[in-house]
Design a protein around this ligand. Structure first.
Ligand SMILES: [Zn+2]
Length: 271
């Protein structure tokens, strides 16, 4: 059971009040590291406030009228002294390109994503290319340590960290691709359900259910989605496995009535 958004926000706000110092900007990631060290990120039941939750909270504190923060640059925050000064505002997203889920809005900050660039195989390829570029950049930077050997170990540790992170990105993308391979059917059904939600058939069934029941729009929508999902799954399964025919033979007329016991399909065979 989650501790609830409000409870998490109270915990983070309490931490932030102690952490903030007048006129001292801080990085979101460093503040989160401190928050983690304080032990408040995990509660007694092991429920964790993630770095992403923390970043969302900081954003809220900038946007809110009575929030604690202003944003001085991307990822950099500072205690708000003038209640009217929110600092650098967040870029508005183009509503036409709104293909993301709300929770991730903070991480798009106005960047438009083309669906073609967001294909998993393309992203995997991009991650490998980016890794190669980063390695090249870091190797160039490492040359500085021939002149300044005192920087060698620091640079080497950044390089190792970056390579490890990039490796993790590529590995995680492969894991998502493998998940998609394992869930091809669910992905197909979801696609069919989305198409159904856009169709005239859905509009008609929705109005019909509205007349038949006194339920809320959301309940009717959920009911229709569930019904359609079950229907598509049944059809796909039936197609995959072959129909479960029951035959009723009529010897006099030389025909058989076939009924699928699974999906209800029927057909007539002449012989
Ligand atoms: Zn069937």
């Amino acid at each position: 059971m989650p501790r609830g958004k409000e409870g998490s926000f109270d915990t983070m706000r309490e931490f932030l009040r102690d952490y903030l110092k007048d006129g001292e900007p801080f990085k979101a990631s460093i503040a989160y590291a401190e928050f983690w060290k304080s032990g408040k990120a995990v509660d007694g039941l092991g429920r964790t406030i993630s770095q992403k939750d923390f970043a969302m909270f900081l954003r809220t504190e900038v946007l809110k009228q009575d929030g604690l923060l202003k944003r001085t640059a991307h990822g950099i925050y500072e205690k708000r002294i003038d209640p009217e000064d929110h600092g650098v505002t967040f870029a508005r997203k183009n509503p036409q390109s709104d293909i993301s889920f709300d929770a991730d809005d903070a991480y798009l900050d106005g960047i438009q994503v083309s669906p073609a660039d967001a294909r998993l195989d393309k992203l995997c390829e991009d991650a490998v290319t980016l890794t190669a570029r980063i390695r090249f950049a870091m190797q160039s930077l490492q040359k500085i340590s021939e002149v300044y050997p005192e920087f060698a170990s620091e640079l080497a540790s950044y390089r190792a960290g970056l390579m490890k992170d990039m490796d993790r990105v590529a590995t995680s993308l492969s894991a998502v691709m493998a998940w998609c391979d394992d869930h091809t059917n669910e992905i197909l059904v979801a696609g069919d359900v989305f198409a159904y939600l856009e169709s005239d058939e859905y509009d008609m069934e929705f109005s019909q259910e509205m007349m038949n029941t006194a339920n809320s729009d959301d309940e009717i929508r959920d009911y229709l989605i569930e019904r359609h999902r079950a229907y598509v799954e049944k059809c796909m399964e039936c197609e995959e496995q072959g129909h479960d025919w029951e035959e009723l033979a009529d010897g006099e007329n030389g025909i058989s009535e076939l009924d699928c016991q699974r999906c209800g399909k029927s057909m007539t065979l002449s012989w």
